[in-house]
Design a protein around this ligand. Sequence first.
Ligand SMILES: Nc1ncnc2c1ncn2[C@@H]1O[C@H](COP(=O)(O)OP(=O)(O)OP(=O)(O)O)[C@@H](O)[C@H]1O
Ligand SMILES: [Mg+2]
Length: 401
Amino acid sequence: MSQKTTPIVHTAGLCKVFRDFWRRPKVAAVKDLNMEIRPGQIFGLLGPNGSGKSTTIKMLLGLLYPSRGRIAVFGKAPTDVSVKNRIGFLPEESYLYRFLDARETLDYYGRLFRLPERVRTHRTEKLLDMVGLRHEARRRIGEYSKGMARRIGLAQALINDPEFLILDEPTSGLDPIGTRQIKDVIRELGRMGKTILLSSHVLADVEDVCDEISILYGGQQRAAGDIKDLLSKTELTQITTEKLSEETIEHIRDLLTRLEKKDIVSVGAPRHRLEDFFIQVVQESHRANIATSGVRAVGEMPDFLGERTRSLVQSLVEAGRRRDVAAPTGGEVVEPAPIVETPRRAVVEELLASAKEDRRAPEAQEDSPPPAEGPRRAPVEADRAVIDGLLKGSGGGDHSP
Ligand SMILES: Nc1ncnc2c1ncn2[C@@H]1O[C@H](COP(=O)(O)OP(=O)(O)OP(=O)(O)O)[C@@H](O)[C@H]1O
Ligand SMILES: [Mg+2]
């Protein structure tokens, strides 16, 4: 299986300096950032306030020009129209029209991506279900609580079934149930093969969903890598068993001293996480039919998301099986390669590489906006300009190179 695929994001020596009115350097927001996000990764961008996370995201979206360094998204300049069509974005600040209701909002964004009406309606209903807002869909966004607006923001970011999803503080303002639901959605999207960049201050959320992280401080990357490697305490060993008696624990202590000349560091019962306990209490309240005007239980993942990825996974698995059957070596008994158990990332990397060649599957042709080339280029670019305008309204400022 070829492992060499174009990264979804690649930056090299990326810098952003904001300048004052006289073009004197005012703030060095991002300094010499080297970052790579590979297909299928859920990547966490962390750092204290003002450390450059949103500025980095805006550069990835082509909303800000870098002052120095290189940046490529899907191997192209972030300003490339074809790149923008493959990205979904949830900005850190709400940017939705207060006077539209949730359905109108999703329909509006579907129109910007030039989705046909049938597709828009289908996706809108599925996404409303997914974020648990179908019952509140006729209310104006301006009336929504912060968490409800965040949910619609996430639905909006998914309307074009993007391959790369950028989420700036996706759980901000959400209650613990909403937070859990959004994390489940993110994990599910990851399983579908989507690539996700997540910026958040809620470290537990990042720990729960991300494969890899980067920690910024003062615009500089201070730590980066696989989250398991970064967090595992390799100098300790943990064994979890059913509850043991004091006597057995003493035996184990003796054994450890005898065999390893080591002592037990701690003994105790692991605790439930507060998130799990809280969700259990709320689910019981829901089952008891206690009235609420808030968010209801969320529905399933929309079926349209990841259609292309799913069919590609299937074809790869089948191709892999055929390879196994067709290529025995010198009469040996060959163990079938663990195609189905292949780690998600490896499968997805290969898939996305081949998907690039095969991007316009029949369904995609119907669903996707027309290509940037040809006679329809101008309207598409006009629509993208509208989107960019909206996104800029969320806090992007400086556009100057
Ligand atoms: N348009 C702008 N003009 C001038 N300075 C800016 C602009 N946007 C961001 N900055 C500055 O760049 C630095 C990084 O800001 P950024 O918004 O990227 O931080 P962040 O990591 O997203 O912070 P937070 O966690 O608060 O969202 C800050 O000092 C900020 O004041
Ligand atoms: Mg920010």
